[in-house]
Design a binder for this molecule. Structure first.
Ligand SMILES: Cc1ncc(COP(=O)(O)O)c(C=O)c1O
Length: 429
């Protein structure tokens, strides 16, 4: 599935795409994130339909992009929410999700976060350690509440993804070793302040072969069966997220095939099956719209194309050496020439691509960095006092700015500011 804002195959369509991106750049400025609602709807529908009649839930992984417009859109499609922090839980509530539609994951939850999660009565708190279980049980007992618990297990399965986004190996900090799970579930069952509602597994992200995901699914199905044999009955199996996308435009796992494998592994369990997709729903639906601010080449040296977007807007290349396709909005005639495509930030790692074959570009040209819908805006930073860019939602022929560009005043609003007469205390000498 190829989102329309990203392609320029037929020339009439290409003209519409280019004109729209130019209009967006004129109104919102650059850099800006541009998302296409239709793509998100289609990607969601594909996953949902692939479950057929099997009872299931799609918990959108908000960490991929928790902008209000995206979360609200996903909610209208029938999704539940997977929140990776209390901030994300609060955003989910603000977007209209009921507490019974939110699961709360996170490797280091603070006391106040657990308190809030218990008082809200979330669908599940995904517990990551025996210590956390103990703390949660005590806290819920103090309040006379019953916390709904899913245990995050670590199946020691290699996701064969980038090491920085693999989470299902013993060497990773996530979850509890799966062989410890039966004892912990017995513990949960014995505590009146806890209810065992699920098993959770998430072995990594940007996984491009389905086998590890299927094996993880089989592992938690076996665990659920063993628990059932002991009389411990849960409500759902949560297989996490992780399905990869084709950043290079080549082949990627088929999301529907992924769901079929999950259903194949777990459909007979009689339990509700949950998945937590992030990237596969949102990644290809967004581009980072940016402008060329400099082109430089010195004798015998590389050619640098400098963009007005950098690692502050899309951290993935700097963080994981990730590949993103980068194209001019209006390709100029000529032959592609190798270039390093870089951001404007004073870090050598602020590099989007090295030796990339790129059509001729000039200062002022608009460019798109593709597949930036997930882990783009969500990972943004104010490094170098760079403001958060605007976000734009394209829906059919219409588009709107769903987040304005951050101003310096927005950025400084939390700080003591001697230039602001309202907060100035006067020089202390
Ligand atoms: C617990 C959990 N669930 C779901 C996801 C979403 O993963 P992805 O965006 O790869 O689908 C993540 C991201 O790593 C995660 O940590």
């Amino acid at each position: 599935m190829t989102p329309r804002i990203l392609t320029a195959a037929a020339s009439a369509a290409a003209e519409i795409v280019a004109a729209r991106l130019e209009a967006i750049a004129a109104a919102a400025g650059t850099p800006a994130y541009v998302y296409e609602a239709g793509h998100i709807r289609a990607a969601y529908a594909q996953l949902d339909a692939a479950f057929g009649g099997t009872p299931h839930a799609i918990h959108y992984a908000m960490k991929a992009n928790s902008s209000l417009a995206i979360v609200r859109l996903v909610r209208t499609l029938g999704s539940a929410a997977d929140a990776n922090s209390m901030g994300e839980v609060e955003v989910a509530l603000r977007c209209g999700f009921a507490p019974s539609e939110i699961v709360f994951t996170g490797v280091g939850k603070r006391h106040e976060e657990l308190e809030r999660a218990v008082s809200l009565g979330l669908l599940a708190i995904n517990v990551e350690s025996p210590g956390e279980l103990e703390r949660l049980a005590a806290l819920a007992a103090d309040r006379g509440a019953v916390a709904r618990v899913a245990l995050r297990v670590n199946p020691d399965i290699d996701a064969r993804s980038h090491p920085h986004i693999s989470t299902g190996l013993k060497a990773n900090k996530f979850g509890v070793p799966i062989e410890m799970a039966p004892a912990l579930f017995r513990d949960i069952a014995a505590r009146p302040s806890l209810a065992a509602v699920g098993i959770h597994v998430h072995i990594g992200s940007q996984i491009t072969t389905l086998d590890p995901l299927e094996r993880a699914a089989e592992a938690i199905v076996r665990l659920a069966r063993a628990l059932g044999d002991e009389g411990i009955h849960i409500e759902h199996l949560d297989f996490g997220g992780g399905v990869g996308i084709a950043y290079d435009g080549g082949a990627a796992p088929d999301p529907a095939e992924y769901v079929r494998r999950i259903v194949g592994a777990a459909g007979g369990s009689g339990l509700k099956l949950a998945i937590e997709p992030g990237r596969v729903l949102i990644g290809p639906a967004g581009v980072l719209l940016t402008r060329v601010v400099d082109v430089k080449q010195f004798p015998g040296a590389r050619r640098f194309v400098v963009l007005d977007a950098g690692m502050t807007e899309l951290m993935r290349p700097a963080l994981y050496g990730a590949f993103h396709r980068i194209d001019p909005v209006r390709p100029r005639p000529g032959q592609p020439v190798p270039a390093d495509i870089v951001g404007p930030i004073c870090e050598s790692t602020d590099t989007f691509a090295r030796d990339r074959e790129l059509l001729p570009v000039e200062v002022g040209d608009l460019m798109v960095i593709r597949d930036a819908g997930a882990y783009g805006a969500a990972m943004g930073s104010n490094y170098l006092r760079r403001p958060f860019p605007p976000e734009v939602m394209v829906d059919g022929a219409a588009w709107r700015i769903t987040r304005r560009r951050q101003t310096l005043d927005d950025m400084l609003a939390l700080e003591e500011d001697s230039a602001d007469p309202k907060t100035r205390k006067g020089p202390e000498r």
